[in-house]
Design a protein around this ligand. Structure first.
Ligand code: DI6
Ligand code: FE
Length: 403
């Protein structure tokens, strides 16, 4: 059906992706986009043909944008969870061949079908919590065939469920065992084979790296960015998560859409983000799970006007947490974001971290991904951790949850 007109009209409070609007607004959706956003009174006077979705109360927000996930993976790491509870650190486990590499073994063994079947309910959990756009990274294959297998699963997930999937090649996530002692040769593989193969199959939208002592150096990550840009792919980085290597400033100098984690970010890194217009993605789920004590420099980012996004980072090791609304709560309680900042982080700023300015907003011309929640004020979404508050969800103008 083309040219379907829908009225979405309630005396709801509207959070537009940045702020709460001063009065109830009605939204007119045509062909999957927001055509008009008007005060209720003006809207009532306009006669429009079409389907009407009516109700009262609640809070409307943009569909949530989870801009950083690793939700396709094999196996799980409950054993390492237990080891960490007994005192082992994330880095120690990684150095002993566990951590990311343990998930690499399980992911390589899994068929594409098995990976898809395991990822589907994880993605459904995000959708049930209001997500309409999700970024999914590879990074547990670490060879051409298995990285492409992961990206294919990510693409298929977006075809199977009413959600937009943005894919990211994270070949430079960890050094696979067969390249032990030869990390530059592995970076050659990422640059010269993995990226071109993913591009040839149209499987990749962005390229990410893990810039860390237990992963890749600033110089190695820089080579990956050069290869990505040679293929016109956007870039982003995991940086300053466990230590400060300066990956943020380097990524910003290449125009990274975002730099993620950043607990150890310093003033030079913040200045670089501001200058490049990059988004700072904060991941309170990983901070919580790893019982990290170094807080990201929130006040300095705020003072510098760097947009902050919030995401689940859902993955089997450092953030086995598949609930975006819990991240709103964590961002406030652990990082002292305001509820408004946290919600902007999962909507407008999450979209910005994906280079998608038509998403994560309730504004004329934006894609009509919308959620209506059974709450009275936007701050309640961050305040309480309570599944089941999603009343309605529209994906590209079509109702996919509620009635
Ligand atoms: N940082 C993270 O938090 C995830 N990847 C990364 O580079 C963790 C991935 C994992 O532990 O499996
Ligand atoms: Fe991550």
């Amino acid at each position: 059906m083309t040219n379907v007109t829908r009225l979405f009209w309630q005396d709801t409070t509207v959070f537009d992706g940045t702020q709460e609007l001063p009065e109830p607004m009605a939204v007119l959706v045509r062909d999957g986009r927001i055509e008009a956003l008007q005060p209720m009174k003006a809207f009532e006077a306009t006669a429009v043909e079409g389907y009407t979705l009516a109700g009262s109360g609640g809070v409307m927000t943009p569909g949530l944008v989870d801009c950083h996930t690793h939700l396709v993976f094999g196996g799980n790491r409950a054993d390492e969870f237990e080891m960490r509870l007994e005192g082992a650190s994330y880095e120690e486990i990684a150095k002993a061949g566990g951590g990311i590499l343990s998930t690499v073994r399980a992911t390589r063994e899994a068929s594409e079908e098995a990976l898809f079947d395991k990822a589907l309910p994880r993605l459904q959990a995000l959708i049930d919590d209001g997500v309409t756009t999700v970024e999914i990274k590879s990074g547990y294959g670490l060879n051409v065939a298995d990285e492409l297998k992961m990206l294919r699963v990510a693409r298929r997930l977006g075809e199977a469920l009413p959600v937009r999937v943005v894919t990211t090649l994270l070949g430079a996530h960890a050094l696979p065992p067969e390249y032990e002692g030869n990390s530059d040769a592995y970076i050659d593989l990422v640059c010269n084979e993995m990226i071109p193969a993913a591009v040839a199959e149209n499987l990749v939208d962005m390229v990410d790296v893990f810039c860390e002592k237990i992963a890749f150096s600033v110089a190695q990550c820089e080579r990956v960015f050069q290869a990505a840009q040679a293929h016109n792919l956007s870039i982003k980085a995991h940086a300053e998560q466990l230590s400060n290597l300066g990956g943020t400033a380097m990524a910003a100098s290449y125009g990274a859409l975002s730099v993620d984690h950043i607990e150890y970010l310093d003033d030079a890194g913040i200045a670089a983000l501001r200058q490049a217009g990059s988004v700072a993605v904060i991941l309170p789920g990983a901070f919580h799970t790893l019982r990290e004590t170094q807080l990201p420099p929130i006040q300095a980012l705020r003072d510098a006007g760097v947009p902050m996004a919030v995401a689940t980072d859902c993955n089997p090791g450092s953030s086995p947490l598949f609930m975006p609304s819990l991240m709103l709560n964590f961002a406030c309680t652990l990082f002292r974001l305001t509820p408004r900042e946290a919600l902007a982080g999962l909507t407008a700023h999450g979209a910005q971290a994906l280079g998608q300015n038509e998403l994560g907003r309730i504004a004329e011309g934006a894609i009509a991904d919308l959620c209506v929640w059974n709450i009275q004020r936007p701050a309640e979404l961050a305040y309480a951790v309570q599944p089941g508050r999603l009343r309605q969800r529209l994906f590209q103008g079509k109702l996919s949850h509620g009635y």
